[in-house]
Design a protein around this ligand. Structure first.
Ligand SMILES: Nc1ncnc2c1ncn2[C@@H]1O[C@H](COP(=O)(O)OP(=O)(O)OP(=O)(O)O)[C@@H](O)[C@H]1O
Ligand SMILES: [Mg+2]
Length: 240
């Protein structure tokens, strides 16, 4: 049994007037200029926007990987900024799965070990059960024949699928995915899209996905566009 922290009603995550500036020499860069939005439990939302518009920056703030200059991020009702590093790590481990833009797998570990890692970090999960769950998730992304391969021994698409399995294995409240199908061929990209929508429907996991793939964006419930430091609703995808 995991000691799950619940809360937040039907809101999986919420940003309130989130701002992020980077100090670069004498000129600061204001990347996020006041982002407010809510992601409901079970919602599937895409974020689009030009390169450099701040999509990865936003995901990093939401995932608690970097701290905003001001504003709030609430995950399952808990304000990240009010938590210690350790508590923030616990909330992230329980509630958030992250698929990074560049997969960030651990080079010395096998695919199976990489996927089992977030469960092992919980310490409450027996090793055998963590490995079994990791194995099942790797089967689900079509990699049952690559369990013992290390990242360097996998293709780019296979690495991406391992990264996706690692984000999903904990059955988090929210999956944040940064171009999860960006490096994949069309066939594998479609399979991954299908997998994500199945997990969304079967388990009620919310997805916030950064994508340039408007084919994927067209399938989602809501599309948001990052532009000039703000996040706007896209009503009509045809216009892009
Ligand atoms: N650590 C940093 N220090 C200074 N500037 C940064 C830092 N990280 C990002 N930036 C700047 O912030 C802006 C937004 O970067 P970000 O990575 O969020 O863009 P993005 O929308 O994800 O782009 P892409 O589609 O190319 O991945 C960029 O102009 C980038 O140069
Ligand atoms: Mg990016």
């Amino acid at each position: 049994m995991t000691n799950r922290i619940e809360g937040g009603g039907d809101i999986a995550l919420e940003c309130v007037d989130l701002k992020k500036s980077y100090a670069e020499g004498p000129i600061g860069v204001d990347v996020l200029k006041g982002i407010s939005f809510q992601l409901k439990k079970g919602e599937f939302v895409a974020v689009i926007g030009n390169s450099g518009s701040g999509k990865t920056t936003l995901l990093h703030m939401i995932g608690g990987l970097d701290t905003p200059s001001s504003g709030q991020v609430r995950v399952s009702g808990q304000d990240f900024s009010a938590l210690s590093d350790r508590q923030r790590g616990d909330v992230r481990n329980q509630h958030i799965g992250i698929v990074y833009q560049f997969h960030h797998l651990l080079a010395e570990f096998s695919a199976l070990e990489n996927v089992a890692m977030p469960l092992m970090l919980r310490k409450t999960e027996p090793v055998k059960s963590a490995r079994n769950r990791a194995k099942k998730m790797l089967e689900r992304v079509g990699l049952s024949h690559r369990l013992d391969h290390k990242p360097a021994e996998l293709s780019g698409g296979e690495r991406q699928r391992v990264a996706i399995a690692r984000a999903l294995v904990t059955e988090p409240t929210v999956v944040l995915a940064d171009e999860p199908t960006g490096n994949l061929d069309i066939h594998t990209a479609k399979e991954i899209q299908l997998l994500m929508s199945e997990l969304n429907q079967d388990l009620g996991i919310s997805f916030l996905i950064v994508t340039h793939d408007l084919g994927l964006a067209g399938k989602v419930e809501r599309v948001l566009k990052m532009e000039d430091g703000h996040l706007m609703s896209v009503e009509n995808l045809e216009s892009f």
